[in-house]
Structure formats: structure tokens, C-alpha cells
Design a protein around this ligand. Sequence first.
Ligand code: FAD
Length: 505
Amino acid sequence: MSDTDAAAIRAILIVGGGTAGWMTAAALAHALPRGCTITLVESDDIGTVGVGEATIPPIKLFNDTLGIEEAEFLRETKGTFKLGIEFVDWAKQGHRYFHPFGTFGKPFDLVAVHQHWLAARAAGGRVPLDDLSMAWGAAKRGRFAAPMADPRSVASTFDYAYHFDAGLYARFLRRYAEARGVIRVEGRIADVARDGTSGDVAGVTLDGGRRLAADLFVDCSGFRGLLIEGALATGYEDWTHWLPCDRAVAVPCVTGGDGLTPYTRSTARGAGWQWRIPLQHRTGNGYVYCSRHLSDDEAAATLMANLDGEALAEPRHLRFTTGRRRLFWNRNVVAIGLASGFMEPLESTSIHLIQAGIAKLLAYFPRGRSDPLAAAEYNRVAITEYERIRDFLILHYKLTARDDAPLWRECAAMPIPDTLALKIAHFREAGRLLARDMDLFGPASWLAVHIGQFNIPAAVDPLLGYGGGAAASATFVDRLAGAIAGMAESMPTHAAYLKRIGAAA
Ligand code: FAD
């Protein structure tokens, strides 16, 4: 046996069995089929956070990598398709826009599509930017079909994700992981022991005295961060001054209203915003709000007064502090999921961050209990990923023209990170979309929010001055919108598509 073998990780303990715990367990069981014992400890008495239903397109890669078939996954989790997010009343009351998955059309020359749209608009064109998105073309008609592979087709220009019942997803992944050798231990962790010499976490003790030791610990214990904070006191960077919402109240209801929309809706309210996520068997709803401006009772009353159909449970209250752990990987503990930090679900990024954490853990898998170089790189990448998403979320609050409530006035006036200020300034000047290293959301996403929230450029790309002029741009825009509308009309309804592929539960 070489030194490397002697030092290798032989036992992993995952602490927590929410979405984060079981996604981690499933992925590690798949990636490490032999030579390592993977144990997951969870407590039914404590339970899970019990929310988190909307995702972004990379989730497909996670399922694909694990060999999970789409129709089976949707049946098991009562899932639906998601083409993006409709933002209602964010820029101002009575206004709506769509953040689509995919792009706005396909470029027809070297100038970006949105520059042609801006030129056509300046010349009096009235086609909304949303109508240049294939995802919105389908979404607003309640239609869905998988994107086409042919890059010449406008039906290749969109992407999709899912809405699903996160509790059912965790159960599904538990079956997957246990079938591949993951050992589940039921019990409440009462104590965490550290090695007297190295300071690493050595093991946990459950109520009743059972002790579980491991080489590597993955802290998926939720907001409490049992190991990363409770045992290692890693510290937390608080971002509430940029993202002031700190509470949520959630309730499922009977699906009514617009029915099985293939998109999430986010409606801005006086002290935050409300989500609507349609699943096959119910609709998930929640009000994310700022406790400085709204009481818990008022939030619950607003939520209950704005449901599509009859509530299916009592409203559940949740508290959070937006921000991140100072380190995501500290000693021999890697925090994944809510244990690592939290950003409100405005762009459905939390489950993605779990996936990204798992991907990084596998990419920098430690050579032994201690691997400072791997840990440092993991932390560098994770911090950057978090900050990029943070900036995108702040954009929604900063670019509001609402002045009807203190929260919105405060957000419009608040100082923002320099990285974000630069992006806003570039777009405002000439519609330039700055890409930064490790941006999760690409130019089309930023474009949707800039335009959707009235950050209209003062000028268009100077390259347009060398082309066919505003008339050519207007013709291109009209044709593109027409092609998208025609393609969308030919798609099946969302419900029919779920049935057709055998995904309806
Ligand atoms: P939890 O679900 O809290 O699980 C923690 C686990 O640790 C549990 O199994 C618990 O039993 C265990 N545990 C804790 N302490 C102990 C102990 N002492 N002993 C033994 N076991 C213990 N994400 C999205 O991607 N999309 C969304 O739309 C979305 N919406 C959200 C809305 C709200 C209001 C909130 C708060 C979050 C939302 N999220 C969303 C985030 C998402 O819910 C979480 O990322 C996801 O559920 C993962 O949670 P978790 O597994 O980290 O923690």
C-alpha cells in the first residue's frame, strides 16, 4: 500500500437528510462505488426545511449523471417543467416581464439580438423583448416540448428545468443511495467530538450514546450548521444590507388560476415577494419578506389572501439570514446546502448550489483527512459562485421603480457591490452585457432583468451604425417574433406533454 492509499478517505459521514444530504449521498454513492463507507445520519424528529421546489437547467445534468430517467423522476416527484420565471410588479405595479431559460432568438449578424431590438424600439417598434424568447413564447401559451437539437431552428434556443416536490425528491434519492450501499442512521446528534491533536472533527455522538466516526464529514444539517458552525465556529458573512428579506411563510394550495403553468411566478408585494410554483398535485406558494417592514401575521394574511385555490395546510414560518459561511470547507468538514449559507429563492439557486458543492467536492476530492490545497481551491470557487449569484439577486431589488413602500425605496437607494455597479453602468450606457468569470447566469438572464426593470440603454451598439439601419433591425425583430409565435403554437400543452412522455403521476 502506498502512502497515498494509507491516507485516503475510507469513511464519509453525511450529517443531515434533507435535499442536500440525499443529493450528496446519491452522488457520492455513484462516484465512489467501492472502497469507502458512506453513512448518512438524520433525525426524523428534527425534520427538514420542507420547501424548495423550483430549479434551474443544470439540475438536468445532475440527474443525467446519476442515470435518472426524466419521466420516472417527474412521476416520482410529481414534477412539472419550468421555462423561466415571470416577474410581476417588480419594476412597477402593473408591469410584468419574463426571465427565460435560453436566449433571445439567434443572432443574424455580428450584432447582438437585443441591440437590434433596441434600435427597432427607438424607431417606434412595439414588440416586447419577451416575444423574442422561445421560452416565453411557449410559457405564455401554457405549452411545452423539449428543445430541438437542430441549431437552425428557433426551437433550439431555449432550455428548461423542473418544479418538483423536494421531499419526494429526497425520498427518491434515498432509495437510489441506499440501493448503492449508503447506510442510513436514524438519530439525533447530541455532541460533536474534535481530535485533541489535529482539531479535526473526529466523530458525532447520538442521543443514546452511539458514536459515528469518519475521515471526512459533509455538513448537510441545514441552517444550524451543526459541524461547520456548531463545532468549528467558522463564522458567517451577513449580506442582509444588500438582500434585506429575512423571513418566509409558505403554504401549498389546490392548483387553480392559471393552472399548470410551465414557469414559476414571482410577484412583488409591499415588503418582499410571493412565489407560485405549480406541481402536478398542488401549487407551492410563499411570501419572502423583510421583518423590519412586515409582521409574521401580516405576511401570512397577505399570502393566504393571494392563493390560486384552497390552502392545503397551515402556513409555515421560516427565518433566515442571507449570506455565506466564511469557509465552505473547514478542516475535514465540507458544508453543503443550507449549512453553507443562504440566498433567497428569487432565482431558484439553492438546489443548484447543492449540486455545485457536490461537483466541487468530487473535483477536489481530498487525498486524506487534511488537504489544505484542495480546500483552499474549493473555497475560492464556492465564494465566487456565491458572490456572482448574490449580485444577480441584488439587481432585481436595485432596479426597481416602485416607490409605494419603504422596502422598495430603500432598495432603489442602497449602495451595491462595485462588481454589480459596473455591470449596471455598462448596460445603461450602450446595452453592453459584461460577463464575469463563473457567472451562473449568462448574458440573456441579465438582459431580461435589465430591460424588464427599465434599465434602458442610453445608446445602442455603435456597430449598428455600419449596418442596415433601424429598418433592417425592425424587420429582423418582427420576423423573429413571428417565427417564435408560430413554433410555440405548434407545441403541445404542458399537461399533454407530461402525459405523452409518461411523466404524469
Ligand atoms: P434541511 O432540509 O434543513 O435538512 C437538514 C437535515 O439535517 C435534516 O435531515 C435534519 O433532520 C438534519 N439534522 C439537523 N440537525 C440534526 C441533528 N442534531 N441530528 C441529526 N440530524 C440533524 N431552493 C431551491 O433550489 N428552489 C426553491 O424554490 C427554494 N425555495 C426555498 C424557499 C425558502 C423559504 C427556503 C428557506 C429555502 C428554499 N430553497 C429553495 C432552499 C432549499 O429548501 C434548500 O436548499 C434545500 O431544501 C436543502 O436543505 P438542506 O438539506 O440543506 O437542509
